[in-house]
Design a protein. Structure first.
Length: 200
């Protein structure tokens, strides 16, 4: 929040996360979907948790993973938040406000993982050097794999039904997927998590 009527957000629609939750439910997995403010209907069968800020998402994720075997972190979490949200609406007669932002905590990097072999999937949205940056996130955020997409292409990614992604694995493997619906990508991600779980 900037003030009671305005907020900072980004172009992510939440569709990828919802598609993953639907795929997990279809695969018979107990699923909690922690969602920011999006315009999407709830996923039948998922335990829905609605949050607004990055700090609330952090808390909800930490609580939910206590009983989980895997975390798929598709959320486009805000990296910066207004340092001091105004308690009352900012009025334009007062002139253009200067917003001071402070960094949010990185959820993947600061989570206390509930057990050994807990499976973590991260995402990487990049406009340049996709492979290099995705691999860096894979290692810094200690993921089993990262789902990377190039968000500089105007016809994929944000607020669309399909996407082109590459999966980068901790083992060093990279798997580029042809353009696919978010439903198909969701099923692939859940299948890869299941494959890793079967090999533990
Ligand atoms: N992420 C997170 N907590 C944050 C920001 C991001 O857990 N405060 C997670 C995202 O859910 C995603 C991964 O980190 O799984 C990468 O997010 P992305 O936005 O691509 O990258 P950032 O780490 O935020 O770095 P940058 O925005 O500089 O690319």
């Amino acid at each position: 929040p900037i003030d009671p009527v305005r907020y900072l957000s980004n172009r992510s629609s939440g569709r990828m996360g919802y598609a993953i939750a639907a795929a997990a439910i279809a695969g018979g997995h107990r699923t909690t979907l922690i969602s920011g403010p999006v315009c999407l209907p709830p996923i039948d069968g998922a335990e829905m948790r609605h949050i607004v800020t990055a700090a609330e998402m952090h808390e909800a994720v930490q609580a939910a993973i206590a009983e989980a075997d895997a975390l798929i972190m598709a959320a486009a979490v805000a990296d910066f938040t207004p340092a001091r949200p105004a308690p009352r609406k900012l009025k334009k007669e007062r002139g253009a406000p200067v917003l001071e932002l402070s960094p949010t905590r990185d959820i993947l990097q600061s989570l206390v993982r509930p057990k050994k072999n807990f499976i973590v999937v991260g995402f990487a949205a990049e406009t340049e050097n996709l492979a290099e940056r995705a691999k860096r996130k894979l290692s810094v955020k200690q993921c089993d794999f990262v789902v990377a997409n190039d968000v500089s292409l105007s016809d994929t990614g944000f607020d669309r039904d399909d996407n082109i992604v590459t999966l980068y694995f901790r083992t060093g493997a990279a798997r580029e997927m042809a353009r696919a619906s978010k439903a198909d990508i969701g099923r692939r991600i859940v299948a890869e998590v299941q494959r890793i779980a079967n090999n533990i």
